[in-house]
Design a protein around this ligand. Structure first.
Ligand SMILES: Nc1ncnc2c1ncn2[C@@H]1O[C@H](COP(=O)(O)OP(=O)(O)OP(=O)(O)O)[C@@H](O)[C@H]1O
Length: 245
């Protein structure tokens, strides 16, 4: 069953068309990896799904929340946002909050949980991202990989139906990439519904149920990892893969 439905999504920055009529459905439990050259609109697509960017046109539905971009009301956008959690390329942690507080903040503020319940969830999540002993650390005391595991922990704690990952490893030193991808594989095995924008092709091959290849603000082709990576149909996909494989 479709958890996410996107219809005819359009987004421009000034006179530059960045998303040019995207249609996409993602099923519950499905793991979708979005590939494409730099500037093809991958991050913008992800950011439009929860209205971090405001699209000009298009319909977004996540679970029972639905927003028509042309007439989007704040209240509907807030409802839609609660169906998603977002993992940022640069972690986007609060620098003046501890690791634990970075996770509990959204639970108390967005979900209205009591401080006690939020701490209980926060400590459980810290433990599942392997950082139980760093609850009181400031982000500046953590490595990039650890900070991103907190970023992912924060998204896990929200327990939203749809998790969005925007190049979660691209700001990391190469030796830290592995620990973050391993954590994402755990989430994938739990069958969380995930859309991941990444340049990590081996991860895409191993984890994705479906790969979407974008270029010029359009979905050019999509299919299983074998279909898209081993037998691409479009010349643009072939040209991209020749550069990255
Ligand atoms: N806030 C913004 N203001 C103006 N232009 C933007 C903004 N965000 C993105 N763009 C432009 O939109 C285009 C698509 O950007 P986007 O970040 O979605 O591409 P991408 O496929 O994720 O690229 P990359 O792999 O390099 O991150 C680019 O030309 C970019 O410069």
């Amino acid at each position: 069953m479709a958890l996410l439905t996107i219809e005819n999504l359009h987004k421009s920055f000034a006179d530059q068309v960045v998303l040019d009529g995207i249609d996409l459905q993602v099923d519950e439990g499905e793991i979708v990896v979005v590939l494409g050259p730099s500037g093809s609109g991958k991050s913008t697509l992800l950011r439009c799904i929860n209205f971090l960017e405001q699209p000009e046109q298009g319909q977004i539905r996540v679970a029972s929340a639905s927003v028509d971009a042309a007439v989007a009301r704040n209240r509907d956008i807030q409802t839609l946002r609660r169906q998603t959690s977002f993992v940022f390329q640069n972690y986007a942690l609060f620098k003046n909050k501890t690791a634990l507080d970075n996770i509990t903040e959204a639970l108390t503020v967005v979900k209205g949980m009591s401080a006690k319940d939020a701490e209980e969830v926060g400590r459980k999540v810290l433990s599942s991202v392997g950082l139980a002993d760093r609850a009181d650390a400031w982000p500046s005391e953590l490595s990039g990989g650890q900070q991103q595991r907190i970023g992912i922990g924060r998204a896990m704690a929200l327990d939203a139906p749809l998790m969005l990952f925007d190049e979660p490893t691209s700001a990391l030193d190469p030796e830290k990439v592995h620990e973050v991808l391993e954590l994402m594989k755990v989430l994938a095995r739990q069958k969380r519904t995930m859309i991941v924008v990444t340049h990590e092709i081996p991860f895409a091959r191993e984890v994705a149920d479906r790969i979407i290849f974008m270029d010029g603000g359009k979905v050019i082709e999509q299919g299983t990892p074998e279909e898209v990576l081993d037998n691409p149909q479009d010349e643009r996909t072939r040209a991209f893969l020749r550069q990255v494989l």
